[in-house]
Design a protein around this ligand. Structure first.
Ligand SMILES: *[C@@H]1O[C@H](CO)[C@@H](O)[C@H](O)[C@H]1NC(C)=O
Ligand SMILES: *[C@@H]1O[C@H](CO)[C@@H](O)[C@H](O)[C@H]1NC(C)=O
Ligand SMILES: *[C@@H]1O[C@H](CO)[C@@H](O)[C@H](O)[C@H]1NC(C)=O
Ligand SMILES: *[C@@H]1O[C@H](CO)[C@@H](O)[C@H](O)[C@H]1NC(C)=O
Ligand SMILES: *[C@@H]1O[C@H](CO)[C@@H](O)[C@H](O)[C@H]1NC(C)=O
Ligand SMILES: *[C@@H]1O[C@H](CO)[C@@H](O)[C@H](O)[C@H]1NC(C)=O
Ligand SMILES: *[C@@H]1O[C@H](CO)[C@@H](O)[C@H](O)[C@H]1NC(C)=O
Ligand SMILES: *[C@@H]1O[C@H](CO)[C@@H](O)[C@H](O)[C@H]1NC(C)=O
Length: 571
């Protein structure tokens, strides 16, 4: 029945690809109320430009000047710019090991332009620290940061490709944090966003409180998806099966659902491996993110696709999306629909500018209850890659959402998180999560791993904590695993399934982000109050005097933080 409904749509898909109607305009996101410099500007001198340009100088060939708004607010303008980095700058001192959070209000004199903050070291190296689409006529918040890996003076400056626009700035802030402060900030956030206070009262059926009653509170499921990529070795290696199923309830297949895997030869679809992996996951209560319908990188098309004419590609793509989305309809929690379409544009080049937007629209029609994700690399992990910065990611997202019919798309933001072997820039990562989180859409880290190096396990832990503690992050999948399954970048278990240091980190966090089993005794009024991770619980109260007990199930969610759970023990 399902297949039939899906197939009926096929003829319509042929018409759909490449035929758009009117686009609606993208939304403006101006700062509402004026925002003062965060942290009072931190280590920035004269952050609000109340003292003219004291502490600042023109950078490059431009000119800088102070202006005053109608309301009397003083801000600074970089004009007569000849190079992208012609702007204003201030020299500050950074200390090795500290994490620096940056923010500033920015505006451009004309249109919409990407404005970036750059940190320039004495040796001439510049590190990009964050960017945003700034607009004419309204202030936008630019966020970013760096982790200083040596003690040094550093120059804060700004960059925008279009030199004909003026860059306007106000309320610039650079706030240092020690690693300990950063960590305690994460822990505080975890308490707020991943846990809720619960009050239990144990009474007799007559409502008489039972004091001194021992209550066992056991978490049986976590609500936060902290999962792991899986590959075809899961079908043939029982040790891998046990390793996986004893740890994870969420997964993404690394390659097995991709077009190049399911249709190696044109017209000969073979879903045997993907189907069997779906079966394994379902038998073990593991939820699956679908990965992926299309991949916009020309390198990763099935070989036969590379030589198709645009017309032939249109037909093949329509068949592909219909085939794979219908096959797993209702069985997946997400689809990465057009993988890496911020970096690449194979389908846009061959099928037209709207190819991504159309594929999201079609996928959602075929599988209405599944969240349709973008999925991109380097957006959180590598600030030097301008191509997939938060500003460019958001542009592509807005383009998809503003396509006719996509206003109600159940859209998700996928950030792969393939980190290198160096110190991850946690300040930058957080600023990107803040900026993309402001869309209100769910963010998932979808393919987290960390390059080999002496601090691999530590950096993996830092990245996972940063993701887990951010309120906009609704799930994390790592692309890691045991060596026996070929995971040779971030290996969690050696050939004998013994934990590596990274494996220890993952097991530690699974344990830490779970309330486990707690035994607590009720107070004089029969109450117990505690903070629990969001999840499903089994609560058992035993009265040793009367030998009676009661068990209730409880789902702890963000929605009902202070509900009192009544446990009645009959006597
Ligand atoms: C893309 O879609 C928009 C909005 O429907 C439409 O105006 C435009 O012509 C389409 N572009 C192409 C190349 O099909
Ligand atoms: C900067 O902060 C001051 C308050 O400290 C405020 O009056 C001003 O409007 C802010 N500027 C912007 C552009 O938000
Ligand atoms: C489909 O793939 C499976 C697993 O690789 C293989 O055993 C089977 O022979 C394939 N079927 C066809 C018709 O090629
Ligand atoms: C960004 O895109 C440009 C133009 O497509 C390309 O030349 C460059 O290599 C890309 N940079 C990265 C880091 O991917
Ligand atoms: C989108 O959602 C709104 C509000 O729920 C609804 O009024 C509208 O009809 C929906 N549009 C489409 C195209 O489904
Ligand atoms: C130190 O930071 C610079 C700039 O981000 C980077 O190029 C370099 O690789 C870093 N060194 C280490 C050891 O992480
Ligand atoms: C890691 O695995 C990939 C894919 O299986 C392989 O191409 C690569 O050579 C391996 N790298 C190392 C260092 O073993
Ligand atoms: C409670 O149960 C224990 C063991 O089942 C039994 O020995 C004891 O007599 C019981 N006490 C009461 C008050 O029923």
């Amino acid at each position: 029945m399902l297949t039939e409904a899906c197939t009926l749509l096929l003829s319509w898909i042929f018409l759909y690809f490449g035929h758009g109607t009117n686009a609606s305009s993208t939304t403006r996101q101006c700062l509402g109320d004026p925002l003062e410099a965060l942290y009072g500007g931190g280590i920035v001198v004269n952050p609000e430009f109340n003292y003219n340009i004291e502490g600042w100088k023109a950078f490059g060939e431009g000119k800088i000047e102070e202006r005053i708004s109608k309301e009397g607010n003083r801000f600074i303008v970089a004009r007569s710019r000849k190079h992208p980095s012609d702007s204003l700058s201030q020299k500050v001192q950074v200390e090795e090991g500290k994490i620096y959070s940056f923010s500033a209000s920015v505006q451009v004199s004309q249109g919409r332009e990407i404005v970036a903050v750059v940190f320039k070291f004495p040796n001439g190296d510049g590190v990009r620290g964050g960017d945003v689409v700034a607009e004419e006529g309204c202030w936008t918040l630019l966020r970013g940061g760096i982790v200083a890996n040596f003690t040094s003076p550093v120059e804060i400056l700004f960059e925008s490709k279009t030199t004909s626009v003026e860059i306007w700035l106000d309320n610039v802030s650079l706030q240092p944090f020690t690693k300990e402060e950063w960590r305690s900030n994460q822990d505080k956030s975890i308490n707020e966003v991943r846990k809720s206070k619960v009050r239990l009262q144990v009474t007799k059926a007559s409502k008489t409180p039972l004091k001194g009653t021992k209550v066992s509170i056991k978490q049986i499921k976590s609500h936060f998806p902290f999962g792991c990529g899986m590959n075809h070795y899961i079908l043939t290696n029982p040790d891998y099966q046990n390793w996986f199923a004893s740890r994870f309830k969420w997964t993404t297949f690394t390659n097995e659902m991709k077009w190049y895997s399911t249709e190696k030869i044109q017209g000969l679809e073979n879903y045997t491996i993907a189907d069997n992996m779906v079966k394994f996951a379902q038998q073990n209560g593991i939820s699956i993110r679908g990965h992926n319908v299309f991949w916009d990188d020309p390198k990763y098309q099935p070989d036969w696709v590379k030589s198709l004419s645009p017309e032939e590609l249109r037909t093949a793509a329509a068949k592909r999306i219909n085939s794979v989305v219908c096959r797993y309809r209702g069985q997946l929690i997400a689809w990465d629909v057009m993988n890496e379409n911020v970096h690449f544009r194979f389908f846009e080049d061959n099928l037209g500018e709207n190819a991504s937007a159309e594929s999201y629209s079609i996928a959602q029609q075929l599988d209405p209850d599944t969240v349709m994700f973008m999925n991109e690399y380097n957006t959180i992990e590598y600030s030097e890659d301008k191509n997939s910065s938060a500003a460019n990611y958001k542009k592509k997202l807005e383009e998809i959402l503003s396509y006719p019919g996509n206003a109600n798309l159940s859209a998700g933001i996928g950030l792969q998180g393939h980190f290198g072997s160096g110190q991850p820039n946690l300040a930058y990562m957080r600023s990107v999560l803040d900026m993309l989180g402001a869309t209100g859409l769910p963010i998932w880290l979808t393919e987290v791993d960390v390059g080999k190096g002496p601090n691999q396990a530590q950096y993996l832990e830092e990245v996972l904590r940063e993701g887990y503690s951010h309120p906009a992050v609704k799930g994390i999948i790592m692309f890691v695993g045991p060596l026996a399954a070929g995971f040779n970048v971030t290996t969690l278990a050696d050939k004998d399934f013994k934990n590596t240091p990274s494996g220890d980190v993952v097991d530690k966090l699974i344990d830490e982000w779970n309330s486990g089993t707690q035994e607590i005794t009720t107070d004089d009024q029969g109450f117990i109050e505690l903070s629990l991770f969001h999840g499903d619980y089994e609560i058992t109260a035993e009265n040793h005097i009367t030998n009676s007990s009661a068990t209730v199930s409880l789902s702890v969610t963000q929605a009902e933080p202070h509900a009192i759970v009544q446990v009645h023990i009959d006597t």
